[in-house]
Design a protein around this ligand. Structure first.
Ligand code: ADP
Length: 246
């Protein structure tokens, strides 16, 4: 039994090591692109930009945009790291789910005029004990994706339902959907379904990995149902407040 334990430990260590290696290589890859672009613009300024004001302004704007991208990327990575290491400082409060979602539905309507936003809240409300800012970050990211991956004229439904122990918050779109084989992978860091399909939507492939880390840190689970060409549903499952035992 000692050998089995030792083998198990070595396997877990090896997996952690491989994961760390993959992470470092992903991060280097993601940072290399903006750094190369910035370097390119600096070269342009040095060669022609000093005498060409239009070129100078354009180059400086692009450098500024790339620097902001890098800043957001590093902030996202730090959040992932903090959530993963269990060092996040939670600010827990009791939240009325329907009241909270009514606001989320209202805000989503402000974000897009090209999609139909439909509220499908359950008749009675329920409560969760949670960190408002983490939950909002997760819901915004999912909604943001629904807007990105659903053509104009499509719909986004935001709904709630409950059972005795759990609260289900659902965000369902009528967008392009995710191929079956990738549904689980979209939660991975830097994973994007296919770069051709995504080339106009921007994004780093970190959004859903952060959503997943937020929901897990809140003691919940992120469930994804999707069908290619028909749409996707993201369900945030959280423990219902009345049934949390202290
Ligand atoms: P990104 O920054 O690329 O949007 P995410 O982690 O948020 O990164 O999402 C990972 C990938 O999952 C996206 O690149 C996209 O291919 C797919 N995806 C996420 N949300 C949706 C959605 N609502 N509909 C279709 N595909 C989606």
């Amino acid at each position: 039994s000692l050998i089995i334990e030792l083998n198990g430990m070595l396997r877990r260590l090896n997996e952690a090591f491989e994961e760390q290696k993959r992470f470092v290589s992903d991060v280097s890859h993601e940072l290399r692109i903006p750094i190369t672009i910035i370097q390119g613009y600096v070269d342009i300024i040095q060669t022609w930009g000093k005498d060409d004001e239009k070129l100078l302004v354009e180059s400086l704007d692009s450098i500024s945009a790339e620097t902001s991208n890098m800043k957001f990327l590093v902030e996202k990575l730090l959040l992932l790291q903090t959530l993963g290491s269990g060092n996040y400082n939670f600010d827990l409060e009791k939240i009325d789910v329907n009241l909270y979602l009514q606001k989320a539905i209202f805000e989503t309507k402000l974000l897009t005029q090209q999609h139909e936003i439909i509220g499908e809240l359950s008749e009675l409300t329920a409560f969760v004990l949670t960190d408002r800012s983490l939950l909002s970050q997760a819901i915004r990211s999912i909604v943001d994706n629904s807007i990105k991956y659903t053509n104009a004229g499509g719909s986004i439904r935001i709904g709630s339902r409950y059972n005795t122990h759990k609260v289900f918050i659902s965000i369902k779109d009528s967008g392009c959907g995710i191929p079956k084989e990738y549904i689980q992978r979209v939660k991975e860091r830097f994973f994007r379904v296919d770069s051709a399909r995504n080339k106009n939507t921007g994004g780093s492939g970190l959004g859903l990995s952060i959503v997943n880390a937020c929901i897990m840190a809140l003691g919940g689970e992120l469930v994804i149902n999707s069908e290619l060409g028909k749409g996707s549903e993201f369900i945030i499952v959280l423990p219902r407040y009345n049934f949390i035992k202290f």
